[in-house]
Design a protein around this ligand. Structure first.
Ligand code: GGG
Length: 343
């Protein structure tokens, strides 16, 4: 018998627990199909921090790094902790500490809409840039440093080139090297290097502001977009708007340079949405599609494809939460999707 895949479940804050609850039956379903896995719930989030003072203890981080294959994560963000300290020490510590350079955010039309459909995949660098948390505030000025290192930029761009090659789609680098001459200049230089190594990829780079304008006017020519942490965050949220909003957008992060020791992190793009938390109103589709990305990452392609198919069929039949103009609760939406899974 194969060693079971170990998956940590971290609901986090707000709607995180509600959407993660809809992923759990999917793990049970994968088991019925012969997949060997073990899921362990972990309490880290605002409630745990307020009760114990603990964010993500070092021992727990090391355990996640060394003894787990993946984390299914809900969301973090809680108004009771306005400086977001716990969110930084949990989510950013996981992304940075596990060196999860690649944050893959595919945005493909899943709602039954007339053509043209939207299909853009964002590769967002996930550990550096202005999110490296090295800044300070002093009287009269505030400074956020943006650090870009050659190994991380190269890893992210290499992953994006490989993906563009694999799916035979164009690759666009979003940057602002005209003003961010150092950091984004590095991105542009490495992009040019890799372009020579991947001559089959139709690769071009664009100033991010012009790219956003072009994307809204006509997303058709875009395929894969690569960007640093900050721009990738913004661009992927814009892309989510084309497919129904943040509630349906999935993501997965991994460390391509640690192929045999990498705890992958699958999480919906959305945050904790405190305005609707605890009301059963959150859309679980982003979480469920993130679970499909995790299945694919684990090599469970039939389960990933079946799950994505079940989401499409449920939506085509009119199953929708309120953010999509429907009436279903989080749990009812989860069930409407599961009803279309093969036994
Ligand atoms: N699943 C992504 C996530 O939790 N991101 C953190 C975030 O965006 N937090 C802000 C918020 O919840 O409002």
């Amino acid at each position: 018998m194969d060693k079971p895949i170990r998956i940590a479940l971290i609901p986090g804050d707000g709607v995180g627990g509600e959407v993660l609850a809809e992923a759990l039956p999917l793990l049970a379903w994968a088991k019925t199909r012969g997949r060997s896995l073990e899921a362990v719930g972990l309490p880290y989030g605002a409630d745990h921090f307020l009760a114990t003072g603990e964010t993500l203890p070092d021992a727990a981080f090391l355990d996640l790094r060394d003894r787990y294959d993946a984390i299914l994560f809900g969301a973090v963000g809680d108004q009771r902790i306005p400086d977001g300290r716990h969110a930084e020490e949990i989510l950013l510590k996981l992304r940075q500490g596990l060196e999860l350079t690649v944050n893959f955010r595919p945005c493909t039309s899943i709602l039954p809409v007339p053509p043209p459909t939207f299909d853009v995949e964002v590769f967002r660098e996930n550990t550096e840039g202005p999110y490296c948390l090295q800044g300070f505030t002093e009287p009269g000025r505030a400074v956020d440093l943006a650090i870009h290192t050659e190994p991380a930029v190269r890893r992210l761009l290499q992953a994006a080139f490989l993906r563009a090659e694999h799916v035979c789609r164009p690759l666009t680098l979003a940057h602002k090297a005209n003003v961010l001459k150092h950091g984004h200049g590095l991105w542009a230089r490495i992009f040019e290097d890799l372009r020579k190594e991947h001559p089959s990829v139709a690769a071009n780079s664009m100033h991010a502001d012009a790219l956003l304008c072009a994307l809204v006017q006509d997303p058709g020519p875009f395929g894969v977009i690569a960007a640093d942490n900050y721009l990738g965050d913004l661009i992927s949220d814009l892309c989510a708007a084309f497919i129904g909003g943040l509630g349906v957008a999935p993501s997965i992060s991994w460390a391509p340079h640690h192929p045999f020791r990498c705890t992958a992190l699958a999480e919906p793009v959305h945050g904790s949405a405190p305005d609707i938390a605890g009301q059963g109103r959150a859309n679980p589709v982003g979480m469920i599609l993130s679970t499909a990305l995790l299945f694919r990452h684990l090599g469970w392609e039939p389960e990933a494809a079946a799950l994505e198919g079940a989401v499409s069929i449920a939506l085509a039949e009119g199953a929708k939460t309120r953010d999509l103009g429907g009436t279903l609760s989080t749990a009812a939406m989860g069930k409407a999707i599961r009803d279309h899974l093969p036994r």
